[in-house]
Design a binder for this molecule. Structure first.
Ligand SMILES: [Zn+2]
Ligand SMILES: [Zn+2]
Length: 275
């Protein structure tokens, strides 16, 4: 639940809660990428992969979300926008009621959905497969961003920076009160991520692979590579994520610490980090 009424100013932390940290298939009982960001009464969902909507509901009322922000259009980063949209459309309290019939009835919630350019077309193609073309755009107020754009969500500024992956993908910098959180999205090794994460207070970075891709075509990183990128970026704190429960947290942590040269945390569902 967002901290409504918390008006305490100055040094107020930004809180990041891991809703899902799995790669493109869920951990047992887990969810794919999804991170809840809270500052005061502002709530932001960063990515909404499969399984995330149920995890979000354990934490807050989904109609109160201010914005969902999507890093890229792979299924494990947005697929639960589908059940989320059904809830926003068909939940009884979301049914529009003529105001003259029920005075004081609130209009249905329609959170912002901030997604890469082309997202609307992708969403329509997927949900259009069963004839629900405008499901997601009807449920959410869609805004498409481009590289370098800055978007304000309450006191939080989000900026979007391309990182190399299999499709157009954007690392997201969140800044508020002079604090910086970098979410690296999915990325193969490269200077792009180092530049984006420069001097971040917290870097949330993928560490998907037990070893570099056997095909030779890179799209993700190993934990050691993730730690090395964090070191080169000079970040204060590192959380590695997008890791299967089949890989082993301890192994991943050791590898990441070898790259970073200092302690590293491994994302766990439900864990909260304050910056
Ligand atoms: Zn991806
Ligand atoms: Zn992914």
């Amino acid at each position: 639940m967002s901290a409504e009424g918390d008006e305490d100013q100055g040094g107020r932390p930004v809180r990041l809660t891991v809703l899902g940290k799995s790669p493109s298939w869920q951990d047992a009982g887990g969810a794919c990428s999804g991170y809840l960001i809270e500052e005061g009464g502002t709530t932001l969902l960063m990515d909404c992969g499969n399984g995330v909507f149920g995890k979000l509901r354990e934490r807050m009322d989904y109609v109160d979300l201010d914005a969902a922000v999507i890093s890229h259009l792979h299924a494990d980063h947005w697929l639960d926008l589908v059940p989320y949209s059904y809830a926003l459309t068909y939940a009884p309290r979301q049914q529009p009621v003529p105001v003259h019939t029920w005075p004081g009835t609130d209009t249905p919630a329609r959170p912002r959905l901030i997604a890469p350019r082309g997202a609307g077309e992708t969403f329509r193609r997927v949900v259009g497969a069963w004839g629900n073309d405008d499901l997601i755009e009807h449920a959410f107020a869609l805004e498409e961003y481009q590289r370098g754009d800055t978007v304000e969500i309450g006191p939080i500024s989000a900026t979007f920076h391309p990182v190399p992956h299999f499709i157009d993908t954007f690392a997201i910098n969140l800044s508020s009160n002079g604090n910086k959180i970098t979410y690296g999205a999915d990325s193969r090794p490269g200077d792009e991520l180092v530049e984006v994460a420069r001097d971040a207070d917290l870097l949330l970075v993928e560490a998907t692979l037990p070893r570099p891709e056997r095909t030779g075509i890179r799209g993700h990183m190993t934990p050691e590579e993730a730690g090395d990128h964090a070191k080169r970026a000079g970040v204060r704190r590192v959380v590695i994520t997008h890791i299967s429960d089949e890989l082993g947290d301890e192994w991943a942590r050791e590898q990441a610490e070898r790259g970073f040269g200092a302690p590293v945390e491994v994302a766990r569902a439900g864990a909260t980090y304050e910056v």
